[in-house]
Design a protein around this ligand. Structure first.
Ligand code: F0G
Length: 447
């Protein structure tokens, strides 16, 4: 397959362009974020999205089997021999009538895009397959990331499968055990920094600059190309119809940025007629995006994002010695690196942002689990957020909503067990103690 792409600075005033073979995670001229861009007129883009469904008939080909590379024509930055795949993207869109009814929505209106089914148990594999394909294309030998857990699990898996060294930076005591166990078991060199994710993110960038190591955090524009396919798969499972809303948790804001880019490109290519609205849900203890957008009025503004407004906010966080704090450890981030791209996505998708409390997240998580596919706390921010959006009539009860469940239930078993062990929570389901006695067991079961 033909590959052609270049990198371009998103800053309206800079707009510098770079070759797709350059290993960059920031614009060398102005330090802003980079996009991967394509000369679509020179590339073989399918005439309709339905053509992607036909690839099922050739799924013996591992790239057609991949839920990412099946859409290769929409992320054509790398030739086939360099494309790395371990079977990512075999995820399902579950129509959840039970939960829809409980939320007072039309029964066929709520869909959960279950990204926990990926090889490492989270959506990150969509991005890592793309980042490591670029790493192979440029001949990288060592890779690194900062992580709240899932990025490290995914990068450890992919680096292992393509023979790159992997170093993970994690915050002290900040990572759920399911995720830490993956990074260790897949053989990553794990550095636990005396600090939080934001500290790790700063350190890993400096280390990658100094030691010329390939960075696989979502600052890497090629990684986000893979994450666009989560949206392609939602559309595919809806018979190529566009839902009214996409709801996603917001942490480092890579997903929301990638989703906005996916829809902007589909529209530009004439493959969809309208763009769904996007709701991004923060945890209340990590609500930088919500504060900047809702309280301080940060906007895309044609590519001229108010940098001073962001700098003032961060100075304010420093002055208060503020540290993000939430049970949803995956999104415990106060300086999201993709902030500006996310602001652009909000503009593209007429998006909204909101924050939900830890209690709301945990209750929503138990409700999601009760009706089928479980998830980790960060993912449940979607349903917690949807409840607010329905109550505020931002989302209509008869609209079609797709929530992205970003990570598997088993990533953070402690959060689940702790919740269910607390009898007073509305959806807690603790184990019942019973003597080792058949009659007593049967009595209890009949009750
Ligand atoms: N949900 C889960 C399960 C995550 O692991 C993350 C991010 C997010 C949501 C937020 O996604 O950053 O695209 O806004 N986890 C990163 C990590 C930060 O290191 O694993 P985002």
């Amino acid at each position: 397959m033909k590959a052609q792409a270049y990198q371009k600075c998103i800053n309206f005033r800079c707009g510098a362009e770079f070759d797709r073979m350059d290993v960059l995670f920031e614009c060398p001229r102005c330090g802003d974020l980079l996009d991967v861009r394509y000369p679509w007129d020179k590339l073989p883009v399918p005439g309709s999205l339905g053509e992607f469904s036909n690839k099922w008939s050739s799924r013996h080909n591992r790239l057609d089997f991949s839920g990412v590379w099946r859409f290769g024509e929409l992320l054509p930055f790398c030739e086939e021999p360099h494309r790395v795949t371990i079977g990512e993207g075999q995820t399902v869109l579950q129509q959840n009538c039970g939960l829809a009814a409980e939320l007072g929505m039309r029964p066929d209106g709520l869909y959960l895009q279950y990204e926990g089914l990926n090889p490492s148990g989270s959506f990150k594999d969509n991005g890592m397959t793309a980042a490591y394909s670029h790493a192979m294309m440029v001949g990288a030998t060592a890779s690194a990331c900062a992580s709240t857990g899932n990025t490290s699990a995914s990068m450890a898996l992919y680096s292992h499968s393509c023979g790159l060294k992997a170093t993970v930076f994690i915050g002290e005591g900040k990572i759920a055990f399911g995720k830490l166990s993956q990074a260790m078991d897949y053989g990553a060199y794990t550095l636990q920094i005396a600090g939080d994710f934001d500290d790790c993110m700063g350190q890993v960038q400096d280390v990658c600059r100094k030691l010329k190591i390939y960075l696989v955090n979502s600052l890497n524009p090629f990684r986000l190309e893979g994450q666009k396919t989560i949206m392609f798969r939602i559309l595919e499972q809806l018979g190529w119809q566009v839902p009214d809303w996409i709801i996603v948790p917001g942490g480092n804001l890579g997903n929301s940025s990638a989703f906005g880019k996916a829809f902007a490109e589909l529209k530009e290519l004439g493959l969809i007629e309208r763009i769904p609205r996007l709701a991004i849900v923060n945890a209340a203890g990590a609500n930088t995006l919500t504060e900047l957008v809702n309280d301080r009025g940060l906007r895309w503004n044609g590519g001229q994002v108010d940098q001073e407004l962001i700098a003032d906010y961060y100075a304010d966080l420093d002055a208060r010695q503020y540290r993000a704090n939430t049970i949803a450890s995956a999104i415990e981030i106060s300086r999201p690196v993709n902030l500006k791209k996310c602001i652009r996505a909000l503009e593209v998708c007429d998006g909204v942002v909101l924050a939900v409390t830890d209690e709301e997240i945990l209750d929503a998580k138990a409700q999601i689990g009760k009706y089928g596919l479980g998830c980790e706390p960060a993912s449940a921010a979607t349903i917690a957020g949807l409840k607010h959006l329905l109550a505020d009539e931002v989302v209509g009860k008869d609209q079609r909503v797709a929530c992205v469940l970003t990570g598997h239930l088993l990533k953070d078993p402690n959060a689940t067990v702790n919740y269910h062990s607390q009898m007073q929570r509305p959806f807690s389901n603790p184990p019942v103690q019973v003597p080792n006695d058949l009659d007593r067991i049967i009595d209890l079961m009949k009750a």
